[in-house]
Design a protein around this ligand. Structure first.
Ligand code: SF4
Ligand code: SF4
Ligand code: SF4
Length: 277
């Protein structure tokens, strides 16, 4: 029988759900057609979309597991993961298509997948990448979460047409005009760059982009929001160096079936974060 760590035994005897490896929820249209074909051939013609951007084909008989795996893998569709290891990486679209995206979420998700996918851990490890503080990619609810962040863009007075579009579209009323000068209330500003995005005159200097790294979040039975391990991270080398250290610490100090956040609560999040940074 071709049982794999991505196959989930169902309540129906001898039936399995095949969990596929999506990275950032991305599949090509051609792959989706193949997945649909395999779901019809080996399942019940249904495709299940998971809450973590994954795809599962349910109701595959154990006699068909090898054939279904082979057909998927032949078309470049790899298997996902279950159990105490790093699971599929989720990501919002980020700068590839979202106007608020501050980082290339797909590239970060692909690198996380390349480095850590299926790495053995004390318990499951979920990772999420999100392009901005809107947090569509659920970085704060993941064991490891990466968020893009921006510094507030700088106003260029000479280019300004004084149309007030930026002031009117700022979602938190952080901008005002006093004597034809733009004033930003930094206590209110949420660094979303909407002001620059809505400017017809390119009268803003593009904001500097950073990564913010969250560790120890989870949903499920005992929800916990992740803490900020570090913000204003400028390079991917630093980002992945910190993630390497966080995972190594968890591997060494986490107890069997203890989520990363529970370990942080047990050992003291602040003390652990100090050691890691
Ligand atoms: S988190 Fe930001 S970048 Fe990502 S989809 Fe949501 S709004 Fe867009
Ligand atoms: S960055 Fe966003 S919150 Fe800050 S001033 Fe511009 S529109 Fe307002
Ligand atoms: S949107 Fe641009 S042009 Fe219009 S007031 Fe703001 S900075 Fe000036």
């Amino acid at each position: 029988m071709g049982f794999d760590i991505c196959d989930i035994d169902q309540r129906q005897p001898n039936r399995f759900a095949l969990r596929l490896r999506a990275v950032g929820g991305q599949f090509t249209a051609a792959q989706m057609r193949i997945i649909a074909d395999i779901a019809e051939r080996y399942g019940k013609g249904e495709i299940h979309l998971t809450t973590r951007q994954g795809i599962e084909i349910h109701h595959v008989h154990h006699h068909d597991l090898d054939a279904a795996h082979a057909a998927l893998e032949k078309n470049g569709i790899l298997m996902g993961a279950r159990g105490p290891r790093v699971r599929i990486i989720i990501a919002c679209p980020g700068e590839a298509s979202c106007r608020f995206g501050a980082i290339d979420t797909r590239a970060i998700a692909a690198e996380l997948d390349r480095r850590y996918f299926r790495m053995e851990m004390p318990h499951k490890v979920k990772m999420g990448v999100t392009g901005c503080r809107h947090n569509c990619g659920k970085a704060r609810e993941a064991d490891i979460g990466v968020m893009g962040s921006l510094e507030p863009p700088e106003w260029i007075e000479e280019k300004c047409l004084h149309c007030n579009a930026c002031i009117e579209t700022c979602p938190v009323d952080a901008l005002s005009s006093v004597d034809d000068k733009h004033i930003r209330d930094l206590d209110k500003c949420i660094r979303c760059s909407t002001c620059a995005l809505n400017c017809p005159a390119e009268a803003w200097i593009e904001a500097k982009r950073h990564y913010k790294l969250f560790v120890g979040g989870t949903l499920g039975k005992q929800p916990r929001l992740a803490g900020v391990l570090k913000e204003n991270i400028e390079t991917t080398d630093e980002l992945f160096g910190l993630i390497d250290r966080a995972l190594a610490f968890y591997k060494e100090n986490g107890q069997t079936k203890e989520r990363m956040g529970t370990m942080l609560t047990r050992l003291g999040e602040e003390q652990v974060f100090e050691k890691l940074t």
